[in-house]
Design a protein around this ligand. Structure first.
Ligand SMILES: CC(=O)N[C@H]1[C@H]([C@H](O)[C@H](O)CO)O[C@](O)(C(=O)O)C[C@@H]1O
Length: 319
């Protein structure tokens, strides 16, 4: 039996840290829409959220080195001193050894543009024993000023791994590891992490990646979501309401959750097309095109997303 009592964990008026995975938009001719990217990074920063670039929403596993670097260069300039996260993705194959050099290179690239690295898992990072995994993070931590870890369920990526609580505790003991994104879609596992964090290192950020349970912030999670890229200002407004004890938090959260449940339905990776459709409807980007190798949604989604845009706009106007 679990010892977790979620009802006792609710943390009213907590200040939420919001991080948002930035969508990489495309033009009709298949080129990257850098103007749309810039605008989106700026509106995320201006809303008060921390942009996370070169994440899954930025097609981390599909883009080339030059694109990754260009995203970093632009974000550094736009952030002008404000903090942002850059994904460090190491593509390898099942059975591969841990490639510390490839991680170090990615970390160095993010840091050279003033970003904070968030380390994607890889086969090489997650396939060994818990001691091996811990030692790998210890090695990588030496290359970082500070960094974030990332746990990903296997339904998302074959190299993903959700760690034992014991290993999670050891990772929290790495001083310059500021937090970890948790993407298991399992509330219990996330509550366990929050509880452990509260007991051992209260300032460590448990960043929910659960777009199907965005209310995890009520219990002590912060977030690094793909969903918040659809409407950074709405997320920021919701977070402020929680911090102020404003009961309107709940209705805004409900609207955003409806969007999340729709956009992150099976097949989940097509959420990037949903995001592009939504941002296009909101006239934030020029097209709803995705990376050519990314799965798509049917056009019939657009009518539903239009209703959600309308409901959100109507609600935000009443505030
Ligand atoms: C449910 C979940 O974890 N969603 C997250 C996804 C998946 O982790 C990723 O699609 C797996 O490949 O990644 C993000 O979009 C991202 O980092 O860009 C954030 C989003 O909150």
């Amino acid at each position: 039996m679990s010892t977790i009592h979620p009802e006792k964990m609710i943390r009213p008026k907590r200040k939420i840290t919001g991080m948002s995975a930035i969508l990489l938009p495309y033009q009709a001719d298949g080129q990257i829409d850098w103007t749309g990217f810039d605008g989106h990074v700026v509106s995320t920063l201006d809303a008060g959220l921390t942009p996370a670039i070169n994440m899954d929403t930025g097609y981390a596993n599909l883009i080339d080195e030059d694109t990754r670097t260009e995203a970093l260069r632009r974000t550094q300039e736009l952030a002008s001193g404000r903090s942002y996260l850059g994904g460090v993705f190491v593509g390898d194959q099942s059975g591969a050894d841990f490639n510390a050099d490839a991680y170090a290179k990615g970390i160095q690239a993010v840091q050279s543009f003033g970003g904070t690295p968030i380390l994607f898992q890889s086969f090489g990072l997650t396939s060994g024993s818990e001691d091996d995994i811990f030692n790998a993070y210890k090695t990588l931590a030496q290359h970082c000023d500070s960094f974030y870890a990332f746990e990903l369920g296997q339904m998302f990526a074959p190299f993903g791994k959700i760690y034992s609580l014991d290993l999670y505790k050891r990772l929290m003991g790495i001083g310059n590891c500021l937090g970890a994104k948790h993407s298991s879609l399992d509330r219990s596992l996330e509550w366990q992490r929050i509880e452990l964090r509260d007991q051992t290192r209260p300032e460590f950020l448990v960043l929910t990646g659960n777009d199907l349970a965005i209310d995890m912030v009520m219990y002590g999670s912060d977030y690094l979501l793909g969903l918040s890229t659809f409407h950074p200002a709405a997320f920021a407004a919701r977070d402020r309401m929680w911090a102020e004890g404003d009961e309107r938090f709940y209705q805004l959260n409900d609207l955003l959750q409806y969007l999340g449940t729709f956009a992150f339905r099976d097949p989940v990776p097509a959420y990037k097309h949903s995001a592009a459709m939504f941002l296009k409807l909101r006239e934030r980007i020029a097209t709803n095109q995705t990376h050519p190798n990314s799965p798509t949604r049917p056009d019939s989604d657009i009518e539903i997303l239009k209703l959600i845009v309308r409901d959100l706009d109507t609600y935000l106007e009443t505030l």
